[in-house]
Design a protein around this ligand. Structure first.
Ligand code: HEM
Length: 137
């Protein structure tokens, strides 16, 4: 291998390592947010049933559930960078997999917190606590 090629390979490896570190850092902050959320959620939040959630399924009254927490995202729909329709599709129901699969950033997870209004009752929870947790972020 020529000197130039070796240098290119070295640079590519440096970039890979940097990407790996960045992903690790993002994982860390998301996990911090989730841990803190979980502790707060269990204590103080209003209980909202799936039936109550299902009644808020409109553009002007839009709640979704993510990881068993309920968010009133009515005020955010018009500002959503991914468009209104993707959120409306999940209005009144669980949006966890859609939210996680869209690869939302740490910032998106922070914004979501601003709209937190409640949590599902323990017997209606899919994810928290002691249940399977998808962690693709
Ligand atoms: C209140 C709930 C939501 C919040 C706060 C939110 C926030 C955001 C933010 C800040 C972005 C910009 C990129 C980023 O920072 O990750 C984004 C992009 C996106 N969101 Fe959401 N989102 C929400 C719900 C959803 C749901 C339920 C879906 C369902 C599929 C979705 C799908 C997407 C997609 C596809 C993009 C990418 C848009 C693009 O890059 O063109 N979002 N979201």
């Amino acid at each position: 291998m020529s000197g130039g090629s070796k240098q290119s390979v070295r640079m590519a490896m440096d970039v890979l390592e940097l990407n790996f570190l960045t992903v690790q850092l993002a994982d860390q902050s998301i996990n911090d947010i989730k841990k803190r959320d979980c502790e707060e959620v269990c204590e103080n939040l209003r209980i909202i049933t799936l039936e109550q959630l299902s009644r808020h399924d409109r553009h002007d009254d839009c709640w979704i559930a993510v990881y068993d927490r309920v968010y009133d995202c009515t005020a955010f729909i018009g500002k959503h960078p991914g468009g209104q329709d993707v959120i409306l599709e999940y209005a009144g129901r669980d949006a966890t997999l859609a939210f996680v699969d869209s690869g939302h950033s740490v910032e998106a997870n922070r914004i979501l917190r601003d709209y937190l209004i409640g949590q599902l009752p323990p017997h209606e929870r899919l994810w928290l606590p002691n249940r399977i947790k998808v962690n693709r972020n």
